[in-house]
Ligand binder design. Structure first.
Ligand code: BT5
Length: 264
C-alpha cells in the first residue's frame, strides 16, 4: 500500500491540522525537523511525516525504534496561545486522539500509561513526545507533538529489548491498517480536541482519567532519587500524576523522570 503525501492528502478531512504536509522518506527525527522549521512560514498545524527515522526520539534522550514500511512517525507543529502550564495537557490530548483512532479503525480501545504511552493488551503500541519553546513571559512560542505508532511491525523485526515490551496493531488485532488512513484519522481526532483547547481542558483531563492503565492499582514510582510503592489515584487539573504512598500521603508527580509499573 502506497504511503505518500498524495495518499495522505487525499484522505485528510481536518481543516487546520495537516493543512500543510511535509513527507520525508528518511529523517533523523520528525520532531527535530519540526523544530528546525518552526516559525519559518510554516503554518500552524503543519505535519511532518517520515517513512523512516534514523534517530527517532523518546523522552530523556531515549530512542524510538522507527523502521521503514511498518509504522507512522509524525510531528504536529503548533503555535498555540498558551501559558506554560497548559502545554503538558497537549500530550494528554494527543493520547486521547490516538486512543480514538485505534478504536475507530480497529474496534478496540487501548489504554494510556501516564503520561505519554499507549498500551494495548499490556504492551506499548505508541509513544508521544511533546516538545516546546516558551518566551520570557512563559508563553508558548511553538509546541511540537511527536507521535510514533507501530502499525504492522513484526515482533521479530524489533530489537530484543523492545520486542519484550512493544507490540503493533497488526500483532494485536490482526488488522492490516493502511497508514495513510491512520494518519488522516489521527489528524481528524487531534483537531476535534484541539479546536476546543484549552477551554476543554477539564473535559480532556476527565476523559483521559477514564482511559488510564493501573488506575487504583499499586504501582512503583521510580524517581531520580529513589523508588517507592504507591497507589495510582489519577491526575490533577493540570494533568500531573496523583499517587498515595504507603503512609497515606498524597503526592503529585510532575516530570518525565518517573516510570510506573504495577507491582507483581
Ligand atoms: C516515547 O518516549 O515513547 C515517545 C516516542 C515518540 C516518537 C515519535 S515518532 C515521531 C516523533 N519524532 C521523534 O523523534 N519522536 C516522535 P518514552 O516514553 O521515553 O519511551 C521510549 C522507550 O520506548 C524506549 O526506551 C524503548 O523502551 C521503547 N520503544 C522504543 N521504540 C519503540 C517502539 N517502536 N515501540 C514501542 N516501544 C518502543
Amino acid at each position: 500500500m502506497e504511503y505518500s503525501a498524495f495518499e495522505i492528502e487525499k484522505r485528510i478531512v481536518s481543516q487546520k491540522i495537516g493543512s500543510n504536509i511535509i513527507f520525508l522518506d528518511e529523517v533523523d527525527s520528525t520532531n527535530l525537523y519540526a523544530k528546525n522549521i518552526a516559525n519559518l512560514n510554516n503554518p500552524d498545524g503543519t505535519v511532518i511525516i517520515a517513512e523512516h527515522q534514523s534517530a527517532g526520539r523518546g523522552r530523556l534522550d531515549r530512542k524510538f525504534f522507527s523502521p521503514s514500511g511498518s509504522g507512522v512517525y509524525l510531528s504536529i507543529l503548533l503555535y498555540p496561545d498558551l501559558p506554560i502550564q497548559s502545554i503538558n495537557t497537549i500530550t494528554l490530548l494527543a493520547a486521547l486522539a490516538s486512543l480514538d483512532t485505534v478504536e475507530e479503525l480497529c474496534g478496540v480501545r487501548p489504554m494510556v500509561k501516564w503520561p505519554n504511552d499507549i498500551y494495548l493488551n499490556g504492551k506499548k503500541l505508541c509513544g508521544i513526545l511533546t516538545e516546546s519553546a516558551v518566551d520570557s513571559n512563559g508563553k508558548a512560542i511553538y509546541v511540537i507533538v511527536g507521535i510514533g505508532v507501530n502499525i504492522s511491525v513484526k515482533q521479530n523485526a524489533l530489537p530484543e529489548e523492545i520486542s519484550k515490551i512493544a507490540t503493533s496493531i497488526l500483532t494485536e488485532t490482526k488488522k492490516e491498517i493502511n497508514r495513510a488512513d491512520y494518519v488522516a484519522c489521527l489528524l481528524k481526532n487531534f483537531e476535534k480536541y484541539y479546536n476546543e483547547f484549552p477551554q476543554n481542558k477539564d473535559f480532556i483531563i476527565k476523559k483521559y482519567s477514564n482511559d488510564m492503565i493501573f488506575l487504583n492499582n499499586e504501582i512503583m514510582v521510580n524517581e531520580l532519587n529513589g523508588s517507592y510503592k504507591a497507589k495510582l489515584i489519577g491526575i490533577n487539573e493540570d494533568g500531573f500524576l496523583l499517587v498515595k504512598n504507603e503512609n497515606g500521603e498524597q503526592k503529585t508527580i510532575i516530570g518525565g523522570e518517573i516510570s510506573i509499573r504495577p507491582i507483581k
